[in-house]
Design a protein around this ligand. Sequence first.
Ligand SMILES: Cc1cc2nc3c(=O)[nH]c(=O)nc-3n(C[C@H](O)[C@H](O)[C@H](O)COP(=O)(O)O)c2cc1C
Ligand SMILES: Nc1ncnc2c1ncn2[C@@H]1O[C@H](COP(=O)(O)OP(=O)(O)O)[C@@H](O)[C@H]1O
Length: 309
Amino acid sequence: MKVIKMEEVHLTEPLSLAIGFFDGLHLGHMSLINEVLKYKGETKTAVMSFDVHPLCVLKGEKRQSIITLEEKKELLEEMGIDYLLVIHFTKEVAALSPQAFIDEYLNKLPLKRLVCGYDFHFGDHNSGSIEDLKKQSFELIVKNAVMYNETEKVSSTLIKKLMDQGMIEEVNTLLGRPYKVKGTVIHGKQRGRLIGFPTLNIDYGMKYLPKRGVYGTIVEINHQYYIGMANIGMNPTFNDINRLSLEVNVFDFDEDVYGKEVEVTFCLYKREETVFNGLEGLKTQLTEDRKYLSQVMKKYLTLYKNNVK
Ligand SMILES: Cc1cc2nc3c(=O)[nH]c(=O)nc-3n(C[C@H](O)[C@H](O)[C@H](O)COP(=O)(O)O)c2cc1C
Ligand SMILES: Nc1ncnc2c1ncn2[C@@H]1O[C@H](COP(=O)(O)OP(=O)(O)O)[C@@H](O)[C@H]1O
């Protein structure tokens, strides 16, 4: 798959294109991508997205996302999309009228058909709608919402809400794959090894983290897979950190991997983060967590290993 900045695009073969920010690439987004892939062979296949979330630009928000641009690229490539077309999103782009947006980004392409979701809006104050797209010369396919239940649609907002409740298995169902966080191993307070539970502290960047607490995870280190118990939290027993930490104690592993990139896959939520009355209480709890998770996580490790290439 080629990644092309829209300012530099020059394509000549007919295209089928899905458009959206696609935070999460969840089942709803996948229905658009799969629609485009139906035309592989007849046309080239492409996805158009933005480099930063429109709300970050418009409201100056620092927004944690379910998926990074890097992960988006990997997934779309695996699915067989030919081009990822990236719009550099700025206030000027946000202020384009609907027709100016269409002329600037869509009519410059050899666009045979456009696939978008039922609620796609674009242009100044989101004033552009499906009605504007229907008037153009390309074919338009509008996909209905994929539903979560009778009333709620699968959406990035819903996935974040479920993450906030620790409902990671539900999240994984709606993503169509397990939730992962990739990051570099950084230094913590060097206390873990003293209590017999060393942890990889992970720099999770701008990834959205599930609810504070303990999770059963699969950890990839140097192309090997391990079971691990992760904690997302503020280590309230010690009360000496100021940003939510993601750390994982890896089973059957004993190496120094500071500075390496690792990937944590969230499989199940075990318990809330608790304030202990000193180290002994924490150690007893961690011993119980390890005993429980080393049993329960075996099947996830097998499944995981069977599903990676
Ligand atoms: C599986 C797991 C569960 C944890 N649960 C708690 C907890 O309930 N309460 C708490 O204060 N800290 C908890 N911790 C965090 C420990 O306090 C932390 O790992 C320890 O202080 C080591 O920190 P360090 O990596 O900065 O050295 C947990 C850590 C792990 C790996
Ligand atoms: N089983 C293991 N799980 C996690 N980290 C381990 C393990 N074995 C060795 N390590 C190493 O020990 C370091 C963690 O020790 P710890 O005392 O918790 O330090 P820190 O506070 O810097 O995370 C890890 O970064 C890793 O390099």
